[in-house]
Ligand binder design. Sequence first.
Ligand code: PNS
Length: 167
Amino acid sequence: MQKTAIYPGSFDPVTNGHLDIVERGLKLFDKIIVAILTNPGKKFLFPLEERRAMLEESMKDFSNVEIDTFDGLTVDYASQRKAQGILRGLRALSDFEYEFQMALMNRHLYPPAETVFLTPKEEYTYLSSRLVREVVALGGDVTGLVPEAVRARLEARFRKLTHPPTR
Ligand code: PNS
């Protein structure tokens, strides 16, 4: 039987840490569906279509990876896609409490899907989309932490935010 995992997240934006987790996940699952949260109530730096475009561009060399979007409960999406696994990256102890609660709640809601935690490469353990956004917003360099196309989009985005077009 083909084993499928969903990899849910905000991906605002995708980082090399996310790519590393997908690469590792592909050793365990036949297919990974990267599922971007659309939640209209949450504020994202990048609109959904841009988050999707960055994921598609950065994952184009992976076979057996699909990029999709979802709203509502992760477990409802997992069930709809007949996924056996929910993939999440675990970087540090600070991730643990939130991830543990989410995994147990997801299991309570939908027992057939197992949450699988994978640990990224050591050099990505401090990496998060939030920090990447903050560093670029303050003029720092994130080369090597995100795909090049993402770095370019981040810089363009903050240029636009700091110098909005004048009318
Ligand atoms: O990349 P993130 O922001 O850490 O991902 C969080 C995500 C999308 C996995 C989480 O917010 C989520 O599952 N949201 C969907 C709503 C849901 O299922 N909530 C109950 C979780 S127990």
